[in-house]
Write a protein that binds this ligand. Structure first.
Ligand code: K7E
Ligand code: CUA
Length: 660
């Protein structure tokens, strides 16, 4: 979304000329101090201090790093198919990617939020947004699997999401693109002002199971909702959303949505919204949306279609939604650990406004309004403002907090992180990033109790930082030690996909609960084989179900005959291992599919439709023992209509052959 014109616009706005598309900091060789290696060195066999969950942007996935080493530990597939482990390819997981538009195998994943208890990350779940086909996901942090994906109706581009309230009562989702809402959506694009609306959704999170349900939506003027954060402490009942394009442009937004001096931060009293819902003040709106849940017992995802959402109209129901003017197309909307200060970062602004929750409450009480926008009261800027950070840098985007009274803001255009004091709004320190920085992350940095210690900058345009890899270069994360007064850059590591927001927390909040294997006796997958004796091949019309087991280092059965061209073959592979870190893989020659990777105690199903007669190898794809390379077998396929008998075996000479 950033380009040279924006840089020019900002440059023009500042009346200066500048390198395009971003400034390249000088003196970079002096940036790294001599002690950096020691600070990031995690000796072989030792664990990192923090988990760092990083959004994958256009790869639709989430990556998991250790800090301070920057070591990549895992990629968790969420909104995109992942051939590495069969997510979205196996019969069990295909349903996770169902939407009202059908199977959507990709998305653009921007923001992550850890579930919280009393305003601190509790290590239970990680929530993720999808910016393309609007969805939110819940990932289990005991299994590192995506367990649930909920689609959002009346929405397009779920960007200001999935931030959560202090006790994870709700996560939210706001439309990046306003769109026509209601029965007739086939309208001229230039009827934007009349027909287009923005919505923000409040999604209830069950406190025990984590299950998501769309509680209610707010119907709002047609603007672009960008980012959001919940209040904390005294402001815990409120949620704050930034928005741009209050000009309501529908073309050439880079110019047309940059006209007004101020856009808005929207303050929502969600407790009051709850009351309105309880008192039946909402309207039930018909809109289909899809809900996918992965059942850990059956190890299978199921899709249900929902049809209705409760919509509240703040232009009618007063006193729970307010707009606060915020300079120049605000992006980040961040709330300090105390809950008193709300920081808006105008992408084109020359300052950072900090709003006071106390003053906002007083302004609402005293009705210090500057008219309305779309029927919603606009609080006077000065009445809500605590103060402005003057001349902080160029292109402020996002702010995180260290829990010691300091804020850290990223500057995309001037490629730097700036540390400032929340109380006196004075700049304390600034350090370059390489190069154009987007989000920042401090462990617990958007919670009530940040852990401080490190700050990570996620940079967009790395240019010459790494060995060249053709036209596409790795994006980068940079780690700063923030334990002292001055920030110190200590590490630089490439990321996967495009990093946007990230979350980090102390490792033991997660590592102690990590699942090591699934108990085979608790495997309720209807296609499991709980021992080699249960392995079998069953024909049902043109469907052939292969119940196959995997254990070091063979499959049962590993010789199968009687499959015919035109059959649909389902390999239900159960991994019988009951030991940590012994997955088996499974692949078939010529299958128009990925492999599946089966965890100990788990069953996964690979569908194969053979198209020609012959003998087809199957094999284990994951090096599981010294004899992994022997873990293989054959499936004989005969031509359609042939009467080759269906037989299956492993080691025919000394084991019983079961026929059917
Ligand atoms: Cu990357 Cu949060 Cu989509 Cu800013 S957003 S950078
Ligand atoms: Cu099983 Cu390799």
């Amino acid at each position: 979304m950033y380009n040279q014109k924006l840089a020019l616009l900002v440059a023009g706005f500042w009346g200066i000329s500048m390198a395009i598309p971003s400034c390249k900091p000088k003196n970079e060789t002096n940036v790294i101090s001599s002690g950096a290696a020691e600070k990031t060195y995690v000796a072989p066999g030792k664990y990192d201090e923090f988990y760092n969950f990083v959004s994958g942007g256009f790869n639709g996935q989430v990556s998991v790093y250790g800090l301070p080493s920057g070591r990549l530990l895992k990629i968790v597939p969420v909104f995109s198919v992942f051939p590495e482990n069969g997510y979205g390819y196996s019969e069990e997981t295909k349903a996770m990617l169902n939407t009202s538009h059908g199977f959507v195998p990709w998305d653009d994943q921007h923001h992550l939020e850890l579930s919280q208890k009393d305003g601190s990350p509790d290590g239970r779940w990680l929530f993720a947004n999808a910016n393309n086909t609007p969805r939110v996901a819940r990932i289990s942090l005991t299994t590192f699997k995506t367990e649930e994906i909920l689609e959002l109706p009346n929405s397009a581009g779920n960007h200001s999401s999935p931030f959560c309230t202090e006790n994870t009562e709700y996560i939210v989702a706001g439309t990046r693109f306003s769109v026509p809402v209601g029965d007739n959506q086939d309208v001229p694009i230039n009827s934007y002002k009349k027909n287009f609306h923005g919505t923000v959704s409040f999604i209830k999170v069950d406190s025990v199971s984590g299950r998501l349900s769309l509680a209610f939506q707010l119907l709002l003027p047609g603007v672009n909702f960008d980012l959001s954060h919940a209040g904390k402490g005294a402001s815990r009942d409120w949620f704050f959303f930034s928005c741009y394009n209050t000009e309501q442009a529908h073309t050439l937004l880079e110019v047309n949505a940059s006209q007004r001096d101020k856009d808005f931060i929207m303050a929502v009293n969600w407790r009051k919204a709850e009351e309105y819902v309880r008192d039946h003040k909402g309207t039930a709106s018909k809109a289909p949306y899809i809900h996918n849940i992965y059942n850990e017992k059956t190890q299978t995802a199921q899709t249900t279609t929902e049809n209705q959402v409760m919509v509240l109209d703040p232009a009618q129901l007063k006193d729970f939604v307010y707009f606060i003017p915020c300079p120049k197309s605000p992006h980040g909307c961040d709330v300090d650990p105390s809950g008193e200060y709300i920081v808006g970062s105008g992408k084109l602004a020359a300052l950072i406004p900090v709003f006071s929750f106390t003053k906002i409450q007083k302004a609402i009480g005293d009705r210090q309004f500057d008219g309305e926008y779309g029927g919603i009261p606009v609080i006077r800027y000065e009445a809500a403002l605590y103060g402005e950070v003057q001349k902080p840098g160029l292109g402020p985007l996002h702010t995180e907090f260290d829990g010691k009274g300091n804020a850290y803001t990223s500057f995309f255009v001037s490629s730097e992180v700036v540390k400032w004091n929340i109380k006196d709004l004075k700049v304390i320190d600034r350090k370059p990033t390489f190069y154009s920085v987007g989000h920042l992350c401090i462990p617990g940095g958007d919670s009530k109790h940040p852990y401080g210690k490190y700050l990570i900058a996620y940079n967009k345009i790395t240019k010459d930082r790494y060995l060249p890899t053709g036209p596409e270069l790795a994006q980068s994360a940079q780690l700063y030690d923030i334990s002292g007064d001055k920030m110190e850059m200590i590490l630089d590591f490439p990321t996967v996909g495009e990093p946007h927001y990230a979350q980090a927390l102390p490792a033991d909040l997660i590592s102690k609960n990590s699942v090591k294997y699934y108990k085979i006796e608790e495997n309720d997958n209807p296609y499991s084989s709980k021992g080699e004796k249960q392995a079998k091949v069953v024909r049902e019309g043109n469907k052939v179900h292969v119940y196959i087991t995997a254990i070091r280092s063979h499959f049962v059965p590993d010789n199968i005959e009687g499959v015919r061209v035109g059959d649909e073959v389902y390999f239900h592979v159960t991994n019988l291992e009951q030991d940590w870190d012994i997955p088996h893989g499974f692949a078939v020659k010529g299958a128009a599919n990925a492999e599946i990777l089966i965890m100990p105690g788990e069953t996964c199903t690979l569908k194969w439709t053979p198209t020609e007669p012959g003998v087809f190898p199957i094999y284990c794809t994951d090096f599981c023992s010294a004899l992994h390379q022997e873990m293989q077998g054959y499936v004989r396929v005969s031509k359609a209509g042939s009467n080759t008998p269906l037989i299956f075996s492993t080691n025919l000479a000394d084991s019983a052959v079961v026929k059917n």
